[in-house]
Design a protein around this ligand. Structure first.
Ligand code: URA
Length: 210
């Protein structure tokens, strides 16, 4: 079992994150770094996968060699910023199945409302990795994981780039069974729900929409 919270302190991850935080970093630079860092984070979030052995022939002889066990894992992007993490992770795990969860916040009730949900079949038999770069209030992440559990997911991990203590607490309370992997835990949320010092709006920065 992974710890409930893993902060990936690897120097390459930390160095890339610093460049991503810098407001002078271009959209193209941000996107490229996100791709690189997501590959490194994917390495961490896939620790302790179930393994089995199979018989292979090397050029020298027969051997029993380790291989991943079970169904292909499901990678779930929480729209829209989660999409920025997909490419790098798929480079590392090309056979992963991919799903999408779209939620928006109702401005009156402030509750997350689902507008899109398309996930791979047999979620209950797969390791499910939900990805969203920013774990801020935790409201959308918790709601997305609620939906994944309703769809049958039992073995879920959550991967983000930055987390706020408030979001971690919210996730711990709602989904204590879901380990979180992140590159950093920042100081706090501001009054608008943004992580500080953070990196701004991850979606806007990766898609150049602001
Ligand atoms: N979403 C973002 O993109 N940035 C934040 O700081 C918080 C939520």
């Amino acid at each position: 079992m992974l710890d409930h919270l893993t902060v990936v302190k690897h120097p390459l991850v930390q160095h890339k994150l610093t460049i991503m935080r810098d407001k002078e970093t271009s959209t193209a630079g941000f996107r490229q770094l996100l791709r690189e860092i997501s590959l490194l984070l994917a390495y961490e979030v896939t620790r302790e996968l179930d393994m089995t052995e199979k018989t292979i022939e090397t050029p020298m002889r027969t051997m029993q060699a380790p291989t991943l066990d079970g169904k292909k894992l499901a990678l779930i992007s929480i729209l829209r910023a989660g999409n920025g993490l997909l490419d790098g992770i798929l480079e590392l795990i090309p056979s992963a199945r991919v799903g999408f969860v779209g939620l928006y916040r109702d401005e009156e009730t402030l509750e997350p409302v689902e507008y899109y949900f398309k996930v791979p079949e047999d979620l209950s038999d797969r390791l499910v990795i939900a990805v969203d770069p920013m774990l801020a209030t935790g409201n959308s992440s918790v709601a997305a994981i609620d939906k994944l559990k309703e769809a049958g997911a039992k073995n879920i991990r959550f991967l983000c780039l930055l987390a706020a203590p408030e979001g971690i607490k919210r996730m711990e309370e709602a989904h204590p069974d879901v380990p979180i992997v992140t590159a950093a835990v920042d100081e706090k949320l501001n009054e608008h729900g943004y992580i500080v010092p953070g990196l701004g709006d991850a979606g806007d920065r990766m898609f150049g929409t602001k």
